[in-house]
Design a protein around this ligand. Sequence first.
Ligand code: NQM
Length: 370
Amino acid sequence: MAYEIPSDLRAVPCILMRGGTSRGPFFLESDLPLEPAARDRLLLAALGSPDRRQIDGLGGAHPLTSKAGIVRRSTTPGVDLDFLFAQLQPERDTVDLTPNCGNMLAAVLPFALECGLLAAADGTTTARILTLNTNMQCDVTVLTPGARLQYTGDARIDGVPGTAAPITIEFLDTAGSVCPALLPSGRVRDEVRVGGAAPFTVQATLIDNGMPMVIVRAADFGLSGHESVDALNGNEHLRARLEALRLACGPLMGLGDVADKSYPKMCLVAAPADGGSVATRCFIPHVCHEAIGVLAAVTVATACVLDGSVTQGIARLPAGACKTVSVEHPSGEFSVELELDAHDAQKVVRAALLRTARPIMRGEVLIPQQ
Ligand code: NQM
């Protein structure tokens, strides 16, 4: 059945994609307004923000389902696709283009193949993608037997039911994505003083290997680090302390006032409970993630290999210059493959991981005329 909708709504082509443990509409850049303010108004209307329930749009009333992707063919030599990630929030009228999202990134190549931006090869198709938010490049590979996209398969990622075809992502240059450096304070561990009505001091590793993060030990907040997401989200005292700490860390990380920013993310770490390398509970930044973000996992895994970080004495790592770091999170684990410099075991030269993604629906999102 073909729909003909003569109405005063604007119809904008898009594909609603799941990328890893995130979801959102993907657009071709050429289908959106060129002017940034008009583009942002359109994205807010498409998702239904600001509104806690996002009842008038595609958003799923959670930061992980308040995302959008914008894709175009790249003009950068050696790069196939440009990807601009947009983080929206259910209750805010903001469109944040500064952070990365490794989950939505997993959906970029399938979307580009669906739209005919690139042609699929027989077997597998690899594309180099430039994330415009932070100028980060990565190589993404999808299965394309007979030059046809394969979405079904045996790969399982925790946080998503069932299995699907694997999508591999190999990051090329993630250090200091939004911050000025991997360790923006110049130290692997900081003693951060938090002022205000209930002052406290805590040791933290301030780090950005793709995602700006403040990593602290759960025990320093009187927690085991294995609490449920609901218990942590219901702990107002903890959330207030973490937000006070986040605001104190913003300037130390070269990020300035982060009150209205979706980063740095906050991460509580503890000894692994399930045979992994480290246990995590991440706040993104105000609610606890049901799993962990892709680049958040890469960043935590990187902290685990740095001598002197707050993970020391907690994380259990395999030996060798090429290691799989299993980052435990509330709904399972996330394996990150890290390759360390042969001459400097404190330097990560490659990070690779596995995701899945798929289109959920394709068509047009209908936007009230603005
Ligand atoms: O860290 C959540 C997610 C993310 C971002 C967040 C992400 C990443 O789970 O690369 O994927 O940290 O807000 O999608």
